[in-house]
Design a protein around this ligand. Structure first.
Ligand SMILES: *Cc1c(COP(=O)(O)O)cnc(C)c1O
Length: 393
């Protein structure tokens, strides 16, 4: 049933990073042609991309429209916040890592009022905490949640966050950048006004644009909200609906690659099958790395199938830079940590990889430890105490 993933054919290393990530050969091949952005063929490609992303929402998706926008993921987050939060609005930002903090920083740049609920690196914001914050401040109009906080890999409990938000009559905006396409966000089950993601995460395309899935009634009301000419979702949406074209030069090759990635996503079995493959990758990786003595930052309960953070070994013979170089020499690009307190590194589970690849990743990690003369991959007592103190819940 499961389509085999393809190893990179061009001799390049696997990207164990949460986007850009390892894409299929056909996705790369789909970029070997030039497209006229005004031409009917490309307009048809844009229409298909939008329709297929809306369909990926599942039940309840009919009320939403898709607005793609040029740029990296941060651009579409900024566009969502600037276009959908009115200038006199106020946002509750739920943070437990770098991307939540970036959303708050973005609101500061946009001159929108916000309050920050910061849970640190280990724990998710819970529904009861959201309810408390909303009960305490009736000026808050919107809640912003990060679906998978990619800086630690924590999977935040969207359903209870959504329930609390709407129990107080507020609106939920979701950064589902690193989760959409692998973890379901069905509007019939989880209420929200908008979510954003990008081409180079779980759909396995290449970088170049992001997209927002927005309740149509919110788009209709968003006229004039935006601070920005080019990051205005309402203007992009209206222009696309009227002309079939992007407002400014679209990343044509990236769109073509993305359509191939969407086809492969469907052939694999859609969101459920994609998520299941990533979860198998994660399980094999975590079991294998624990077998070498490594420990995960997060408790089992919050580990996402997207990316896993491991503590760096306490053994003085371990150096992350050396480990990185040795892993790269074996064909694997890993990711540095993005935590505030303890030393860590991350390994992504997404992209054209399966359990056979993850098995090789663990073997490579063992060989690298041996080469560095690291006897044990166990983290420091300080790291474990931190985890016990801050991660208990
Ligand atoms: C990747 C990502 C982003 C966007 O980052 P860019 O570097 O701008 O593409 C935003 N939020 C989350 C949760 C992400 O994983």
């Amino acid at each position: 049933m499961n389509k085999r993933v393809e190893p990179p054919r061009l001799g390049e290393p696997y990207l164990l990073t949460p986007g850009p990530l390892t894409t299929s050969f056909k996705v790369k091949q789909a970029m070997l042609r030039d497209w006229g952005s005004w031409d009917a063929d490309f307009r048809q490609m844009t229409a298909e991309l939008r329709a297929r992303l809306v369909a990926m929402l599942g039940d309840g998706g009919e009320a939403y429209d898709c607005v793609p926008l040029q740029g990296s993921g941060t651009f579409i987050v900024e566009a969502m916040l600037g276009s959908l939060v009115p200038r006199n609005g106020k946002v509750l930002v739920l943070a437990n890592g770098a991307y939540g903090k970036r959303a708050a920083h973005t609101l500061a740049c946009l001159g929108r009022k916000y309050v920050l609920l910061d849970k640190g690196d280990y724990l998710p914001p819970r529904g009861v905490e959201v309810a408390e914050a909303l009960a305490a401040d009736d000026k808050i109009t919107h809640v912003v949640a990060i679906h998978c906080e990619t800086s630690s890999g924590i999977l935040n409990p969207l359903a209870e966050i959504s329930e609390a938000t709407y129990a107080f009559g507020r609106k939920l905006l979701i950064d589902s950048m690193s989760a959409f396409g692998a973890i379901p966000v069905e509007p019939a089950k989880i209420r929200f006004e908008a979510l954003v993601s990008s081409a180079n995460k779980c759909i396995e395309g290449v970088p170049g644009f992001g997209f927002a899935l927005v309740r149509r009634s919110e788009l209709e009301e968003a006229s004039g909200n935006s601070h920005s000419l080019s990051l205005d979702l309402h203007a992009q949406w209206r222009h696309m609906n009227e002309t079939g074209q992007w407002r400014f030069t679209p990343p044509t090759h990236v769109v073509s690659a993305f359509l191939q990635a969407l086809t492969e996503h469907r052939e694999e079995g859609g969101v459920a099958a994609r998520g299941a493959r990533y979860a198998r990758n994660r399980d094999l990786l975590v079991t294998g790395m624990r077998g070498l003595g490594f420990e995960t930052l997060l408790n089992e309960r919050w580990l996402s199938p997207i990316i896993v953070t491991f503590f760096s070994p306490a053994d003085p013979a371990f150096s992350f830079d050396r480990f990185y170089d040795l892993m790269k020499a074996r064909g694997f690009i890993i990711y540095p940590g993005k935590l505030t307190v303890v030393e860590s590194f991350r390994i992504g589970c997404i992209g054209q990889m399966d359990e056979a690849v993850m098995h090789e990743v663990v073997r490579a990690a063992r060989a690298c430890l041996d080469e560095m003369g690291v006897g044990s991959a166990a983290p420091s007592d300080t790291a474990l105490e931190e985890r016990a103190r801050l991660g208990a819940a």
